[in-house]
Design a protein around this ligand. Structure first.
Ligand SMILES: Nc1ncnc2c1ncn2[C@@H]1O[C@H](COP(=O)(O)OP(=O)(O)OP(=O)(O)O)[C@@H](O)[C@H]1O
Length: 261
């Protein structure tokens, strides 16, 4: 049971963004950070896997070819959280979660939906938001609701594009902890695009580091994130240190190629 990405190319009509992507199989239950500089193709890869862009090559989840899935099956298997926040509609959060289940899962009954909503609201600790209108929530609160809309459908492949970008420190930790727990407990595979290398080091089983010119490395966070790989991918001088709890940390000192370099 795994996610296979081989010989993969994905991009836009006039621009190939990623070509010949060859990754080792990603095992069920893995949390993988998708890292790399702005514009390298993290979102494009997630959109391709989500079926929003055409991908060439092989992309299979537990033996099913993602490119040819019918709409209903894609909705069952894949949960995609885009980089943009959910629209500030006048629906209350509970209704948004209900609609996410209804749209995504045709054959689920009302009682089961309510049970799932209770579960996800408790998991993400967002009880206080459940009866509030989306239009009255802050950016970070809306980002939590977007994540809840994905999790409530219980997909086997979670594609989360910068899910913590609008969140304060406590919610960043909450989100990564919960996504890790969901992956571990259910066997779901989560790919999380992020610019937060330290969260990736702390929570992810593997990182996929995309770099300029098609460079790509995947492996354990502490093995992939080195001073050399960070210089190559991000163009920074960086150090790997260890915090007092023993977790590895990235400290970026300066951009390379600056006058003071
Ligand atoms: N709709 C589009 N049409 C054409 N090119 C696009 C489109 N969206 C993005 N691109 C280009 O594709 C490349 C990859 O973009 P992508 O959004 O995947 O990068 P990213 O790694 O997610 O960046 P960031 O960290 O800034 O979010 C960039 O060069 C970008 O300009």
């Amino acid at each position: 049971m795994s996610l296979l990405i081989r010989d993969t190319a994905v991009g836009y009509r006039r621009r190939k963004v990623l070509e010949n992507l060859q990754l080792a199989p990603i095992e069920a239950g893995s949390l993988v950070a998708v890292l790399g500089p702005n514009g390298v193709g993290k979102s494009t890869l997630l959109k391709g896997l989500a079926g929003l862009l055409h991908c060439q090559g092989t992309q299979e989840l537990h033996g099913e070819t993602l490119q040819h899935l019918p709409h209903w099956r894609r909705n069952q298997l894949i949960g995609y959280l885009p980089q943009s926040l959910p629209q500030a509609t006048s629906l209350v959060v509970y209704e948004c979660l209900y609609a996410a289940c209804r749209i995504g899962l045709a054959d689920i009954d009302g009682a089961a939906i309510e049970q799932r909503i209770e579960q996800v609201v408790a998991e993400l600790d967002i009880h206080s938001l459940a009866l509030r209108r989306l239009s009255e929530l802050s950016g970070g609160q809306r980002q939590m609701v977007g994540l809840a809309q994905v999790l409530v459908r219980q997909p086997q492949l979670l594609l989360l594009d910068e899910p913590t970008s609008a969140l304060d420190l406590r919610w960043q930790l909450t989100v990564l902890e919960r996504v890790k727990r969901v992956s571990r407990d259910t066997g779901a595979i989560a790919l999380v695009a992020s610019h937060d290398l330290n969260l990736a080091l702390r929570f992810c089983d593997q990182v996929l580091l995309l770099g300029p010119g098609g460079a790509c490395q995947m492996g354990r966070p502490a093995e992939v994130l080195t001073a050399a790989s960070l210089a190559q991918a991000y163009g920074v001088s960086a150090r790997m240190e260890q915090c007092s709890l023993g977790f590895p940390l990235v400290l970026a000192d300066r951009p390379l190629d600056t006058p003071s370099a």
